[in-house]
Structure formats: structure tokens, C-alpha cells
Design a protein around this ligand. Structure first.
Ligand SMILES: [Zn+2]
Ligand SMILES: [Zn+2]
Length: 255
């Protein structure tokens, strides 16, 4: 199985970097998981979207889905046949939100003419060839699902956006590679009690990887500022007890 990072920015983009978007390949399938701002330009360096089996979206925050608007312009400006349309897998209960977005950018059919839109149910594994993608709900400011991808006897887990929670622990459990968000530079940046939290510090990502006995931990969705990223790596590694990698834009990880 292979993971390619197309973008690692949090909602506020790092200069020159796209927001969330990851190519997952294995079991004869190729998926794009999340499609934040800037991802389509990165995707087109490698593939036409017709070479994807589906685009799968973790949650409806803009930094994970807004480039669906852009993706539509890659296709001819007419209603495509069913076979021509790309499958888009949305989180439960979000199809209506996409309709509002379509109206906002010019027309109710903006997405439907080019895409086959559907929702997953939050629990049932999805199959693409012999790749299985299992959603697991995480704790975030809005409903959000991470995914466990399994193919060729290997397991990749993607946390999407999450605070420490049972869903995160399930995702980390036994992952050959855990692709974890590490958005927080400190807990001050998260929601404060009594509001529920929604993101992780790098140390919390490292602890989840340790407790789940993950094989590798790759941190993503992190702000790159003047402080650099090395401290993310060292904080996470101290908790994990092993080396940690920082997701690099355009890099492919063999799993
Ligand atoms: Zn996010
Ligand atoms: Zn989010």
C-alpha cells in the first residue's frame, strides 16, 4: 500500500502548501482522501481524477473538502454519463450541505453533473477492489470520521481531525502507519472547557501511536511557522518512544 501526501496544511495554509489531501493506493484501488484547498492542482501533477476510484471526505470543514468545487472544473461543462462521473463519498448527513455549496458557487447541479455523490454510514467498511476503508468517528468540533485502509495485508490509519478519544485509539490500534494530525502548538489553541476539544498536540499523537502499538507515526495537518517542525517531531517521538516522521508534501510512503 502507498500513501502520497498532496497537502499537509491546517485550515490556515502554510505558505506554498495545500490543505488536507492524501492519495491512498493499494489492492488495485486509488483513492483521494480529503480534498482541501490547493489539492486539485497537486493531484493533476500526477493523475486525472478519472484515474481515481473515489474521493472520500472525512468531514465538512473547508480545509478538507472545499477543492471539490475546483475538481468539478476538470470535467467538461455538461452532464456526464453515470460511468463518467467520479464517485464522491461524503460523511453521513452532509449531502445537503454540499447542495448549499453548489448553489453558492453558481448552480445546484455544480457537483451532480460530474460526480456520483453518496454518503457512508459511519461504520460499515467500504470496498474498492481489494482495498477496504473503514470509517471511525473521531472527536472534533463537527462530526468527523477517520479511516483505516487495509490492503495487501497492510494497514494505514488516518486520524482526520480529532482530539484524544476512543476513535483515535481504535484507529491507532495495530496500524502499520498512523497518519495523525498534530494541529495544536499548545492546548491553549484548542477549545476550552466546557467546550469539547477537537485537535491534538504532537505529544498526544505520539501517545496514541504508542498505546496502539502503531508501527510508524507520520504527523500532518500542522502549522509550519518560524518555530519550524522539528519540535513537533521531538515532542511526538518522546511520547511514542520511537522516531517520528513529519509528512512531506509530494512524498510517497510505502506501507
Ligand atoms: Zn482540518
Ligand atoms: Zn476540521
Amino acid at each position: 500500500m502507498r500513501l502520497t501526501v498532496l497537502g499537509r496544511s491546517p485550515a490556515r495554509p502554510n505558505p506554498g502548501e495545500a490543505c488536507a489531501g492524501y492519495l491512498v493506493e493499494g489492492g488495485g484501488a486509488r483513492l483521494l482522501v480529503d480534498i482541501g484547498p490547493g489539492i486539485v492542482a497537486q493531484l493533476l501533477l500526477r493523475h486525472h481524477p478519472s484515474e481515481l476510484d473515489a474521493v472520500v471526505i472525512s468531514h465538512m470543514h473547508a480545509d478538507h473538502m472545499l477543492d471539490l468545487v475546483t475538481l468539478r472544473y476538470v470535467y467538461p461543462w455538461r452532464r456526464l454519463t453515470r460511468d463518467e462521473r467520479l464517485r464522491i463519498v461524503l460523511p453521513p448527513g452532509s449531502a445537503d450541505q454540499l447542495l448549499y455549496l453548489a448553489r453558492g458557487v453558481g448552480g445546484a447541479n455544480h457537483f451532480e453533473d460530474a460526480f456520483r455523490l453518496g454518503e457512508h454510514d459511519g461504520v460499515t467498511p467500504l470496498s474498492f477492489g481489494s482495498l477496504t476503508l473503514t470509517p471511525r468517528e473521531t472527536q472534533h468540533y463537527i462530526p468527523c470520521w477517520g479511516f483505516r485502509a487495509e490492503a495487501d495485508g497492510r494497514r494505514l490509519a488516518y486520524t482526520a481531525d480529532t482530539a484524544p478519544c476512543p476513535g483515535l485509539n481504535d484507529l491507532a490500534d495495530g496500524a502499520d502507519l498512523l497518519l495523525s494530525e498534530a494541529t495544536l502548538r499548545s492546548l491553549d489553541e484548542d477549545a476550552q472547557p466546557p467546550e469539547p476539544r477537537g485537535h491534538l498536540t504532537p505529544a498526544e499523537a505520539g501517545a496514541a501511536a504508542r498505546d496502539g502499538r502503531a508501527g510508524r507515526l507520520v504527523l500532518t495537518h500542522l502549522p509550519v511557522d518560524d518555530a519550524g517542525v522539528e519540535w513537533f517531531r521531538s515532542d511526538a517521538a518522546a511520547a511514542f518512544g520511537r522516531d517520528v516522521e513529519i509528512a512531506e508534501p509530494s512524498k510517497t510512503y510505502e506501507i
